[in-house]
Design a protein around this ligand. Structure first.
Ligand code: SF4
Length: 124
């Protein structure tokens, strides 16, 4: 038995999840800033790689929400490593869709703006 009943170990396990949430928040904040005209060169370079990748998918909010609903418990448990979960469905570009990575399940426009984020296939 440990002196803290495993509380420290449990709290240390939360750190990667907090880091992932920070990256997501940073990505969306920088995406919002880039829409005002500020240039993030690394984001443009990453986007051109993602745009030519077979792992890009275009999902409507309802389609992404359906995948989240199916996988909600797994998503919470694996927040920092969503690439372990089943791939997102591959859909073509259509009206009212957003770009996602089939592998890491991230919103690509937010992901490319977060400095700490990495391509799960090590392409950037
Ligand atoms: S993050 Fe990597 S794997 Fe995902 S779409 Fe972009 S280049 Fe492809």
């Amino acid at each position: 038995m440990s002196c803290c009943n495993g509380k420290i170990k449990q709290e240390l396990g939360i750190i990667p999840k907090v880091r992932k949430l920070k990256n997501i928040a940073e990505g969306f904040a920088k995406l919002a800033v880039s829409r005002t005209g500020m240039d993030f060169k690394y984001a443009k370079e990453r986007l051109s790689i993602c745009e030519n990748c077979e792992n890009i998918t275009w999902l409507k909010d309802a389609e992404f929400a359906a995948w989240l609903a199916e996988n909600k418990l797994s998503v919470l448990k694996n927040m920092e490593s969503l690439e372990k979960l089943s791939d997102l469905p591959i859909k073509p570009r259509r009206a009212l869709t957003r770009r996602y990575c089939v592998k890491c399940k991230c919103n690509i426009m937010a992901k490319i703006h977060s400095k700490e984020e990495r391509c799960p296939e090590e392409r950037w």
